[in-house]
Design a protein around this ligand. Sequence first.
Ligand SMILES: C[S@@+](CC[C@H](N)C(=O)[O-])C[C@H]1O[C@@H](n2cnc3c(N)ncnc32)[C@H](O)[C@@H]1O
Length: 123
Amino acid sequence: MGWYQDIAFPTLMRWNIGKNSILKKRTALLKHAYGNILEIGIGEGTNLPLYPTNITHIATVEAYPRKLKDSAIEVALFSESAAALHFDDNTFDTVVSTFSLCSVDDLEQYSPEYPCQRQVSEF
Ligand SMILES: C[S@@+](CC[C@H](N)C(=O)[O-])C[C@H]1O[C@@H](n2cnc3c(N)ncnc32)[C@H](O)[C@@H]1O
């Protein structure tokens, strides 16, 4: 943690991937989210207000947890790397990852096919 992780990085992210044109694309993507959801690298929770209204809780792993946006969604935040998830196999119906792959150190271990995803699930 420090100036870059706590101030510079979130500010740059808000200007860039928090702008309206990107929020529209996020909303279009997130409308497919259903059931038990795992969000990888949630950041400040930019996606939280954009989930379908029937989503009431999600789990998330975040390497550098920060304060999340206010939201009606209950968030179980796990401070850990997506490279080493502790969830049981077939736990999640939807795994969400937006703008996360660009900032992971261990990309080889960061998979779109996690064992914790159900066999018929969305990534
Ligand atoms: C560019 S931000 C995007 C945040 C959010 N997904 C969004 O769409 O606004 C990337 C996020 O991934 C997190 N991250 C990076 N490496 C990670 C890892 N190995 N496991 C979990 N989160 C990670 C970063 O801390 C950061 O919050």
